[in-house]
Design a protein around this ligand. Structure first.
Ligand code: GJV
Length: 415
């Protein structure tokens, strides 16, 4: 749901404070005094930035500025206005509803549990246009479905429920789930809360709070568990397009731009990457597993995982690709679980996969090992954001044992 966040962030000016006076030479430089607050719109080079001061705009020397402490007293660290604002329009709902694997997985969960859902009380947290609630009402006979939606889409959802003759069963409640009062506890808490790299947006926090408050003892969580999977991968075409490009465009040597390219294209992860199975250099492995019954809100601050891959295909190790899988347990003991897998061996979903590029590619051979750790660290201020820290060792099987390549990289998503 955040394919455009990256662009948004880049157009958001950052605030800086001037460390000393500067009198700009020429018409395109901006003069300022110590203590002035400047808005930096772009950083076209490390030395000269494009900035604004009281309506005037021009180049300023970067070393004269320092970043203001982020003042969160003015801004909502959850960015709810923007977040729920975007869910008040159709674009994201269309993207989610058009995602067949996603929507069919929830439909399948309800269909395969339809007998057990009879007379049950269900809460659909973040129901959007109400699709999951409507599936419940159509395919099973719950006593009631509380469809909770904070965005203004809820007004339309109510109409859709009525239009489809489900208003006797589905009650649409507009508001944040955290502030919602329900008349009773629920038997089933269903939600589609997963973001890029599973946790981005941290909607899962709302689900955990609702669980603790509204799920009755012995009630069921859908999804019931979630896993983040990682694989070391080759990313030839992305590397060629963003980095190798500068080697010889039009017969010229543009390699001095490569450090800039690395900074610009490889600092943040690439959302919406579709990895092909042949680009996986090893068997993917689950690095983080979350149990939706026992997971606590405070656990989200820092989630750690480990990996140990054995290279099964010689090639170039360009980075890591991550995706997630969620499971929905059956309401019947021993019943089959439903899985929604967003990896390269399943139908592509709107989440696609997330690519983390190394700064320098490493050649690897069959039998080499790639081991290390991953840490998802939630931003202490901006609660929907996090960083992904990857640390890896590549041990060659063919060369001397001292040929061990080590790397660490921290990727902001997006803050
Ligand atoms: N309370 C009510 N509705 C919410 C909340 C909340 N705390 N958080 C998100 N939503 N899988 N990453 C709504 C949001 O407005 C949107 O319609 C839907 O849940 C998001 C579902 C997909 N996002 C995701």
């Amino acid at each position: 749901m955040q394919t455009e966040k990256e662009d948004e962030e880049e157009t958001n000016p950052e605030q800086f404070i001037a460390l000393s006076d500067f009198s700009g030479g020429g018409s395109d430089q901006l003069s300022f005094h110590k203590g002035d607050r400047l808005l930096v719109h772009a950083k076209p080079s490390a030395e000269w930035w494009w900035a604004e001061l009281q309506g005037d705009i021009g180049y300023v020397p970067a070393t004269y500025l320092h970043q203001e402490e982020e003042d969160t007293s003015l801004e909502d660290p959850w960015q709810d206005e923007e977040y729920f604002g975007s869910y008040g329009t159709l674009r994201l709902h269309l993207e989610m509803l058009s995602d067949k694997s996603r929507t069919e997985a929830y439909r399948q969960v309800i269909l395969s549990n339809s007998a057990s859902l009879r007379n049950k009380v269900v809460m659909d947290l973040g129901c959007g246009t109400g699709i999951i609630s409507l599936f419940c009402a159509q395919l099973s006979q719950p006593s009631v479905v509380y469809a909770v939606e904070a965005s203004s889409m809820a007004l339309y959802t109510r109409q859709l429920v009525k239009q489809n003759g489900c208003d006797a069963v589905v009650t649409v409640l507009q508001g944040r789930a955290e502030e919602m009062e329900l008349p009773e506890q629920v038997d089933v808490l269903v939600s589609e809360w997963m973001g890029n790299c599973l946790l981005f947006e941290f909607m899962v926090e709302s689900v955990l709070l609702a669980r603790d408050r509204w799920l009755r003892e012995g009630g069921v969580m859908w999804p019931s568990s979630a896993a983040l999977t990682l694989v070391p991968c080759q990313a030839d075409s992305y590397y060629a397009e963003k980095m190798a490009f500068w080697e010889r465009p039009y017969g010229l040597d543009f390699t001095p731009l490569q450090p800039l390219a690395q900074q610009e294209f490889f600092t943040k992860p690439k959302f919406s990457h579709l990895i092909e199975p042949k680009d996986c250099l090893a068997t993917p492995s689950d690095v983080i597993c979350l149990d939706m019954y026992t997971l606590q809100v405070q656990d989200l601050e820092e989630i750690k995982g480990q990996f140990h891959f054995c290279v099964e295909r010689s090639g170039v190790f360009h980075g890591f690709t991550a995706w997630f899988t969620v499971h929905f347990e059956s309401l019947k003991t021993g019943g089959a679980a439903v899985e929604l897998n967003t990896g390269p061996n399943s139908e592509p979903t709107h989440w696609k996969q997330t690519l983390f590029m190394l700064d320098r590619p490493v050649s690897v051979c069959v039998g080499d090992s790639i081991s290390g750790t991953i840490v998802l660290r939630r931003n202490p201020v901006w609660r929907r954001h996090m960083t992904v820290a990857l640390h890896w060792n590549v041990n060659s099987s063919t060369e001397e044992t001292d040929n061990c390549k080590v790397g660490t990289k921290i990727f902001p998503m997006w803050r």
